[in-house]
Design a binder for this molecule. Structure first.
Ligand SMILES: Nc1ncnc2c1ncn2[C@@H]1O[C@H](COP(=O)(O)OP(=O)(O)OP(=O)(O)O)[C@@H](O)[C@H]1O
Ligand SMILES: Cc1ncc(CO)c(N)n1
Length: 271
């Protein structure tokens, strides 16, 4: 059985985030990766030097080329940049009847460069969130989407409830931006709160952690895993990828996308 996943996201020339992180992650998890590029960024470990959104027509055409021939078992959205792009992407997802939609509501790159126009937040809520099987905001993104400040564990749960009410089936609020010695991701399915917790690793090389995490969730949903199973694998994948960081570039380096696969191979006696 060949499982397939489509990422609709921006290109990161530095290879640590965006489309590049997604395809590497799909590959590592044995899922055939496809892409529809929404914007080209000139980017490295130091920051974002340029952002070039593609015409909506070019984005729609890429999605249609995939949908009309190959099809997909899951879709991840990342950097969508504008409300026009969001509306067009949502329309195509509906048109092909795709399920297993993972929305990573990318807003701002680590260095502060905007990857989503401010007025597009409403379009995200209106068009895309109701289609999502899983949404994976970090804490600042969850704050923007809910309009509330998240300062305590109770706030995090309340934000998850509010996000669930937008029509999303599972909410994951990631803990990368939390304080403390643990990085704890909260999953909410409308009934239960479940925490996925690891030691916080002391490194500056966390470029693309969010993209990589959401791509791993997408790959696992493509294989038919439940949201909780997919989040557990994604958490293990990103923990291994951060732990074995690569020391590339002069700023916030990428994670190591092959670390998880190497560890599995060692555990399974294959390496
Ligand atoms: N220092 C760290 N140690 C361990 N896990 C981490 C660390 N930083 C982030 N994570 C994990 O990485 C995943 C991504 O979380 P994070 O909140 O950093 O996403 P993000 O801000 O969207 O990332 P980015 O914008 O760089 O793509 C989560 O599973 C989180 O728990
Ligand atoms: C293209 C792209 N998408 C997402 C992110 C968020 O990490 C980034 N830095 N660049």
């Amino acid at each position: 059985m060949t499982y397939k996943a489509l990422t609709i996201a921006g290109s990161d020339s530095g290879g640590g985030a965006g489309i590049q992180a997604d395809l590497k992650t799909f590959q590592e998890l044995d899922v055939f990766g496809m892409s529809a590029i929404t914007a080209v960024t000139a980017q490295n470990t130091l920051g974002v030097q340029g952002v070039y959104p593609l015409p909506v027509e070019a984005i729609v055409q890429q999605i249609q080329s995939v949908g009309s021939d190959i099809g997909t078992d899951a879709v991840k959205t990342g950097m969508l940049f504008s409300s026009e792009i969001i509306a067009a992407v949502a329309e195509q997802i509906r048109r092909f009847g795709w399920k297993n939609i993972v929305v990573d509501p990318v807003m701002i790159a680590k260095g502060g460069a905007p990857l989503l126009q401010e007025e597009a937040v409403q379009a995200l809520k209106e068009h895309l969130l109701p289609l999502a099987a899983v949404i994976t905001p970090n804490i600042p993104e969850a704050e923007v989407l809910t309009g509330m400040q998240i300062e305590s564990p109770a706030d995090k749960q309340e934000a998850a409830r509010r996000l669930f009410d937008t029509g999303v089936r599972h909410v994951v609020i990631k803990g990368g931006h939390d304080e403390g010695s643990q990085a704890s991701d909260l999953l909410y399915d409308g009934q239960h709160f479940q925490y996925f917790t690891s030691d916080r690793l002391p490194t500056k090389n966390t470029h693309g952690t969010g993209c990589t995490f959401a791509a791993a969730v997408t790959a696992e949903l493509a294989k038919g895993k439940t949201a909780a199973e997919a989040v557990q694998t994604a958490k293990d994948f990103i923990q291994a990828a951060i732990a074995d960081d690569l020391q590339i570039g002069g700023g916030h380096g990428p994670t190591n996308h092959w670390a998880y696969g190497r560890r599995q191979a060692v555990l399974g006696g294959k390496a």
